[in-house]
Every structure is written in C-alpha cells, then in structure tokens.
Write a protein of this length. Structure first.
Length: 609
C-alpha cells in the first residue's frame, strides 16, 4: 500500500471544510463530511480519490472512535438501557426487513436476494450513529444509551443472519453447523472480553498508576488494548468496532484515576473525531453511484422510503411498552435509521457471492449513504422536540452545579435548592462563608480544577450554571464540565461586551446564555447584596401567553426591571431558557430591581400574572 500524501491531505481538508459548513448550518459535522465525499469524490466532480491509504486510515479512525465512545459512556446506564434497546432493535430490524423482503420478492422473485436486501434494510450502523451522538452532545442521555444498546443487539443479530444466509446461498440449505460455530465464537469472545476487562484492566491500571507512566505512553497502552479487542472480535466473526467499543466500556475510574481517564478521553476524542474518523465518512460518500436513477429510479425511492419509515415507525411502536413515550421512540428510531458500514459490508458479501447484481448493490450503497445523511437531520429535530417538551432524560443526573458563589448565584441556588441537589464552587472565602451560612453546599477552590469539580459533584450534575463576573472563567468552566464530566445542560453568563467568538463558543458547547441575554453580573451582585431586589412570579395563564416570555422583560406594577431566573413546572424547577415551550400553569421566577432596599434574607414574592 503506497501513501499518496497529497490525496490524503485533500481528503482531510475537505472533511474539515465540510464539517465546518455543516456546523455553521446547525448540523453535525458528519453530514458535511458525507456531502463533500459525494460532491468532490467519484460520484460527481472526481477531485478526490478513494485510495487504499485513505480507506485504511479511515477504518482505524472508526475503531478509535468506538474506543472513545466506550470510554465516555457509563456502562451502568447502558445496562439499564438493555431492555428498551432490545425492543428498539427488534422493531427497528423486523419492520423494515419485512417491508424490504416483500418489495424485492415482488420485483425480482429471488428469495435469497430478497432476504439479503431485507437484512441490509434492517441493520443499523453503530459507528455512524456514535459520531452523531458525539456531535449532538447527547452521549449522556437515555436516548444515546438505548441507541448504543440497540445497535449492539442489531449488529450481532445481523452478523449471525448473514452467516445463515450465506450458508443457504452456497448449499441451498441452512448450515446449522456454521451458524452454531459463529454463535459459539461470539459467546466465547464476549465472556473473554468481560473477564479481561473486569479482572485484567484494573490490575494493569494499578501497575500503570504505581509506575507513573507518561500520559502519551498511557494513551498508547489504551489504544493497543482497544485494537487487541477489535482484533479478537474480528477473529470471532464479529465486527472489530464492537471489540473496541467493549474495551472502552471497561476503561473506567478505578482502572485509571480521574485525571488519567480525562487525559485519555481527550486524546482519544482529538485523534478520532478530530483527525482520523472524518476520513471514513468522506470515503463513505465515494460509494454513491447515480447511474441507478436512470434504470431503477422508483426502486431506489421505494427502498429508501420503506427503509426509513419502517425503521422509525417500527422502533417507535415496539418502544411503546417501555413507557418512555412515543416521542422518545421516534427519536430512537431516527437515530437507528443510519446504516453505513455494516450495511455496505452486507451488500459487498452478497455482490461478491453473486446473490445480488450491480444495480441492487448500488441501490443498497445509496440507501446506506442517504439514510445515514438523514440521521443528523432527523435526530437533531427529534432531540430538539424532546428538549422543548422537557422529555430528554439524562443519566439520572439531578444536581445543579454553580460556578461562582456570589450574591446572585446564592440567590438562584436558594430558589433551586428545594427541587434539586445544589452545589457551588468559588475561590472567594467570603462568598463560600455566605453560601454555607444559607445552608448551601459549597466547595472552596478553582472551578477550572478537575479535582475541585469532582468534589463538587460534577459527575452527577445535570446542569452547570456559570455565573461569575468573568466571562472567560465561565466559558472555560463550561467547557470543562461538558468535555470532562458530560454535564448536558450548560448556562453561561455573558456580559454585553462579550465578543462574538465568545458567544459562538457557548453555542459550540451546546450551551445557552444564562437568563437568555447578556447581563452585567457584577451589577446584579451589588444589588442583591445590598437588598435592592425583589422576586417576581409570572404565571402562564393561557397557551397564547405561553408562546411568549416578552412580558418578563417589562416593568411590573412596582416599576421593577426584571431578570428571568428559573421556570417552575409541575415536575420541578429548571433554569430559565427562552427557547423552552411553556405550558399553562408554569411559573417564571424573575428578579427585579427595587426602588428601595429590601433585606436579602427576606425578599418578597410579587405576583405579576
């Protein structure tokens, strides 16, 4: 294999550009990477070439991506998602497979070919979906855990079915012996992986900790472990990405220290998501062939439509017994719709065996790329749908972590303390003393120190509220909370003089501006400290008023200028977010500036309905 450095450079540059454009348009990077593969690759302009080096490096990137996903995910939460994941994979596989089998049987009449197409339409892509979950910053949600568990079930079942179908195609009968052999190998691999991961990894981690190895050496050891697991999975007849994913799941705190784990996770993300994996997704776009539209246009449309609708509706319907709701089932189905690498492997096996012809092969490849391209769009929309209805469930996190324990932060924390576990971090001794006096949990220290974050409960926090007067500290703390501890909800205070790049960083982190607008925190701290504030309660009395929160910024009857703080719903309280849908009966608690000082420990509540 020769390395064409220029072609590799062009593919990387194209991936970078495509990912940047996609993010600017509000979609995950993978959509842009697939698009540039189609537009600049062989399907259209032919400026990029799918040489062997690009393909090999891209596959390595996907293996490292799966290693990173495994490290990042909580295996306990993933285990809790096993039942809904099994239901999702069953519905998401059976319904589109049945539709595909019926379609191809009606068109061609070949039972074996129809069965291969059916399996290809039913599978889902673990690698493709994993990257989308990273891009959307939803790895710590129940949706992500169900998707990963469902994809594992789907991929393993699909590989066993492939073996059975290949045996049937070769001999005209189901090869029971070969099927049993594949199943036995898979079980042996899974048992061995669990033994090595649960028993061997902690001992290896202890040796590494006592020898104080360099972080780069530690990362190399982790990568080698992931590659060995991937090789073992391949030897067992499973896909290598499953092995790398399992290796990552076993690399937890206890195997490595919190600081070591954070360092390894960061390096794995940078190497896979930031460098190597984009090559795989650009190369996926190279496989599209538009010639099938001339000869089999309606068949292409039918396959894509049935694969998409069957996957989403089948998943949503089979998901109903979980009790997690139809909306979440639709979101899981949208995520399960991507096929990608696994489906293309199925198509190649069938094509090489002469079971399907070149036209059907091209249709399946196009279906894989098209459905993968729809996942970022559909999953982005459905996740936003869940968020609007306050139904995006995270890893049973219920804590709120405040960066800053100034007067305004203490006031907001006091309002939330009855509904959630609240903790504050501040390096100012007086702020900490005042917070403790109010009965709030507070940790004195630098909020940019990982150990301090850990002590304050960042690993279990659902929401971070960065409310210091220093915008840079707020941004850095939010980034640390998101990247290291996976806190999903970020509210970052920004002053009016904040630069556009600082505001863009908040968006890139998936965060929100605290209070929904720029605010002078120092000024409000002074007013709260001196008692020149009063709480206001705005109650939504109709659906018409629920669509707007403009009244929150209007002076009340007491001539107060208000600052929206939290939303009290029937299910509890959360930070104010102007993009969140309000319902009749919801209350928005705001803070207003009073004309005369009020005791900060006895702030009245004024109804402004």
């Amino acid at each position: 294999m020769s390395l064409d450095v220029m072609n590799l450079t062009l593919v990387l540059a194209a991936a970078l550009a495509g990912g940047w454009v996609a993010r600017k348009a509000g979609y995950p990077s993978i959509l842009g990477e697939l698009t540039v593969g189609i537009v600049l690759g062989p399907p259209l302009l032919g400026l990029l070439e799918p040489d062997e080096a690009v393909l090999v490096i891209g596959k390595l990137g996907v293996v490292l991506l799966m290693l990173y996903i495994g490290i990042h995910l909580d295996p306990t939460a993933l285990g809790k998602a096993a039942k809904p994941g099994a239901l999702a994979s069953l519905g998401g596989f059976a319904v589109p497979a049945a539709l595909g089998f019926g379609l191809m049987l009606a068109v061609d009449g070949d039972v074996v070919a129809a069965a291969f197409v059916a399996v290809a339409m039913g599978v889902t892509s673990l690698a493709t979906k994993s990257r989308i979950l990273v891009d959307l910053d939803i790895l710590n949600t129940r949706v992500a855990h169900v998707l990963m568990a469902g994809a594992l079930f789907s991929d393993i079942a699909a590989l066993v079915l492939f073996a059975a179908l290949l045996g049937f195609a070769a001999t005209g009968a189901v090869a029971i012996g070969g099927l049993v052999s594949i199943a036995v190998k898979a079980v042996v691999f899974l048992v061995a992986a669990c033994v090595v991961g649960a028993w061997g990894f902690p001992r290896l981690g202890h040796r590494l900790a006592t020898s104080r190895v360099d972080p780069s050496v530690l990362f190399l050891v982790v990568v080698i472990s992931g590659l060995l697991f991937a090789a073992a999975a391949d030897a067992a007849g499973l896909h290598g990405i499953l092995g790398a994913f399992l290796a990552g799941l076993f690399i937890r705190e206890g195997v490595l220290s919190h600081r070591q784990l954070a360092e390894v996770e960061t390096r794995a993300r940078n190497v896979s998501v930031g460098l190597l994996a984009p090559l795989f997704f650009v190369a996926a776009g190279f496989n599209v062939s538009f010639s099938v539209f001339a000869d089999s246009f309606w068949l292409v449309v039918a396959v894509v439509v049935l694969a998409t609708t069957g996957k989403i509706l089948g998943t949503a319907l089979f998901y109903l017994p979980t009790g997690f709701g139809f909306r979440e089932g639709v979101a899981v189905g949208a995520g399960m719709n991507g096929r990608g690498a696994v489906e293309i492997i199925v198509a190649e096996i069938a094509f090489e065996a002469g079971i399907i012809d070149a036209d059907v092969f091209s249709i399946l490849v196009f279906m894989a790329v098209f459905t993968t391209a729809t996942v970022p769009v559909l999953l982005t929309r459905t996740v936003a749908w869940l968020r609007r209805h306050d139904q995006l469930v995270t890893d049973e996190r219920d804590g709120v972590l405040f960066v800053g324990a100034g007067p305004l932060a203490r006031h907001i924390a006091g309002l939330l303390a009855g509904d959630a576990t609240v903790a504050l971090i501040d390096s100012n001794r007086e702020h900490c003393r005042a917070a403790a006096h109010r009965g709030l949990d507070v940790v004195k220290g630098n909020s940019l120190d990982e150990d301090i974050m850990q002590r304050a409960g960042a690993a279990h926090a659902r929401t971070l509220v960065a409310v210091t007067a220093n915008a840079e500290v707020n941004l850095l703390a939010a980034r640390l909370a998101s990247r290291r501890f996976g806190i999903p909800n970020l509210y970052v205070a920004m002053p009016q003089e904040a630069t556009q790049s600082m505001r863009a960083m908040v968006e890139d982190l998936g965060g929100q501006l605290l209070f929904g607008r720029s605010v002078d925190i120092a000024s409000w701290d002074v007013d709260v400290d001196q008692g020149r504030v009063v709480d206001l309660t705005y109650t939504v009395s109709s659906l018409e008023s629920a669509d707007s929160v403009e009244s929150i910024d209007k002076p009340s009857a007491l001539n107060l200028s208000s600052l929206p703080l939290i939303i009290r719903k029937r299910r509890g309280s959360d930070m104010f977010d102007p993009n969140r849908d309000l319902e009749t009966g919801d209350r928005v608690i705001a803070l207003g500036r009073a004309e005369h000082p009020v005791s900060p420990h006895d702030v009245p509540s004024v109804a402004a309905d």
